[in-house]
Design a protein around this ligand. Structure first.
Ligand SMILES: Cc1cc2nc3c(=O)[nH]c(=O)nc-3n(C[C@H](O)[C@H](O)[C@H](O)COP(=O)(O)OP(=O)(O)OC[C@H]3O[C@@H](n4cnc5c(N)ncnc54)[C@H](O)[C@@H]3O)c2cc1C
Length: 438
């Protein structure tokens, strides 16, 4: 029997961040992770001198982003590595990709008339004047916006790539305009849209773990929480097999879709239960290659539309993730969860992605030292669709239950996406819990 202030279920980056923030403030925490490794979907594979993120992983807004905010709060020093310019890759080679107003003016992907619409109408008018406090902005799809401004095919294609790279969503008919545009606005404010963390996501995971332990927190690996114990509408502890652990507060730090694997459905309103269970995540296929020799100097992210995907030579941005003279390449192909549930379709798409990558980089095939590919029905916990906006996603407080919180990348944090939602939720939740514990 253990008596702590807060039990955190899940040792992904959300749970670790919350644990570190609370432990740093003197709270007694216990973090329970079912696997034998920390990091969840952000975990890193150490392979023969390579540090391999769980598929392509970087930090939106880098040193200005949510993870950096947590590090500052904890007094941790992180070093970010800015990538080079983004390129669009097709059968004709590389094209500069418009990453902001200057890029939009220079790009060869649009005609002069299209550039005017993109720069004047989108950047200077609509993006600036849009009321991000209005629910209507979030309920409108990007496709509806593009139809309204009479966007040409080229512009539609460009928005697809922007949406794909900014929020991992390319289905513009369902993508929420408010969600995408608020993320773009935040990205434009940062000096770098995206950066890599020196030493991969492992650097942050290790630092968060150290912070928890240094401040007396307990991390339990290889233990699955089977149930949250509720008494009189209050969370009072968790059950792990025969063991029971008590705490004043319980926080679930994993995607909301799995909340009711450990929480009795009858304790929450039915609409909340179905909202959580039915959230649609993003999905895709990852490819990681350890290369015997350097085959490209490209330092930025590359985007492809055939198939829809993005990649980077990770070790060109941060040389510490591959042994001297070698190279690490990560590529991600987007798909829908349904496509990937169909084993045959998933395999076909996996083969297509690899074949295309070999075409885009002809020297790749003969330089492979090792490779890994994963078919993942969940990348980000939630796709930012018109029916999964900040007005729809679960909040950090679980309705009708006291002392129970939910954090992670399916929650209703605004103007961010993917891991940023997870980090932002941890920061927000640490404040709620501190108040509660006072
Ligand atoms: C291929 C890929 C690429 C990505 N690229 C990026 C990127 O470039 N930038 C970005 O910001 N984000 C990216 N993401 C998303 C990012 O990885 C996630 O948003 C983030 O890692 C989510 O962290 P989390 O802690 O909320 O959840 P998770 O990482 O899912 O952690 C949840 C943890 O809880 C544990 N758990 C679950 N149930 C229990 C239980 N009952 N008992 C005990 N433990 C339990 C799980 O084992 C897991 O470790 C990517 C994701 C993938 C898959």
């Amino acid at each position: 029997m253990s008596d702590v202030d807060v039990i955190i279920v899940g040792g992904g980056v959300a749970g670790l961040s919350l644990g570190a923030l609370l432990a740093n403030k003197g709270k007694k925490i216990m973090l329970i992770e079912k696997s034998n490794k920390l990091g969840g979907r952000g975990q890193v594979w150490e392979k023969d001198g390579y540090l391999v993120d769980f598929g392509l992983h970087s930090f939106r807004r880098g040193r200005k982003g949510e993870a950096a905010r947590i590090a500052r709060e904890l007094g941790l020093k992180l070093k970010f590595c800015p990538p080079g310019p983004v390129k669009f890759l097709d059968e004709n080679g590389f094209h500069a990709f418009p990453n902001g107003v200057i890029g939009a003016i220079k790009t060869k992907l649009l005609t002069a008339k299209e550039k005017l619409k993109f720069v004047y109408q989108f950047f200077f008018k609509d993006l600036r004047r849009m009321d991000f406090d209005s629910e209507d902005v979030y309920r409108k799809s990007v496709k509806d916006y593009l139809d309204e401004i009479n966007a040409s095919e080229n512009l539609q294609r460009l928005f697809r790539m922007v949406s794909m790279s900014a929020i991992i969503s390319e289905d513009l008919e369902h993508t929420s305009m408010g969600e995408l545009f608020s993320v773009i606005k935040a990205l434009l404010k940062a000096r770098h849209n995206v950066e890599s963390l020196k030493g991969s996501w492992k650097t942050l995971i290790d630092l968060l773990k150290e912070t928890i332990e240094k401040n007396g927190g307990e991390i339990v690996l290889g233990k699955k929480v089977d149930a949250i114990i509720i008494k009189n509408k209050k969370a009072v502890g968790v059950k792990c097999g025969e063991d029971e652990f008590k705490a004043r507060i319980i926080t679930c730090a994993f995607p909301a879709q799995h909340l009711f694997n450990i929480l009795d459905e009858s304790s929450c309103p039915p609409e909340f239960v179905s909202k959580c269970k039915n959230l649609i995540p993003t999905a895709g296929i990852t490819y990681d290659f350890g290369l015997k020799n350097k085959i490209s100097d490209m330092k930025g992210v590359f985007l492809t539309l055939e198939p829809s995907g993005m990649g980077h030579f990770t070790s060109n941005i941060d040389p510490t993730v591959a042994p001297e003279g070698k190279q690490l390449l990560a590529y991600l192909v987007l798909a829908t969860p349904e496509e990937l549930q169909d084993k045959q379709k998933a395999k076909e798409l996996q083969d297509l992605g690899k074949r295309k990558l070999f075409e885009y980089f002809p020297e790749l095939e003969q330089n492979i030292e090792w490779e890994r590919s994963m078919i993942l029905t969940i990348l980000d916990g939630v796709e930012l669709r018109i029916d999964q906006t900040i007005y729809d996603r679960p909040s950090l407080e679980i309705p009708e239950l006291d002392n129970l919180y939910l954090i992670g990348d399916t929650t209703n944090m605004s103007a961010c996406t993917s891991g940023d939602i997870a980090y932002a939720s941890a920061l927000e939740c640490s404040k709620l819990i501190e108040e509660k514990l006072q």
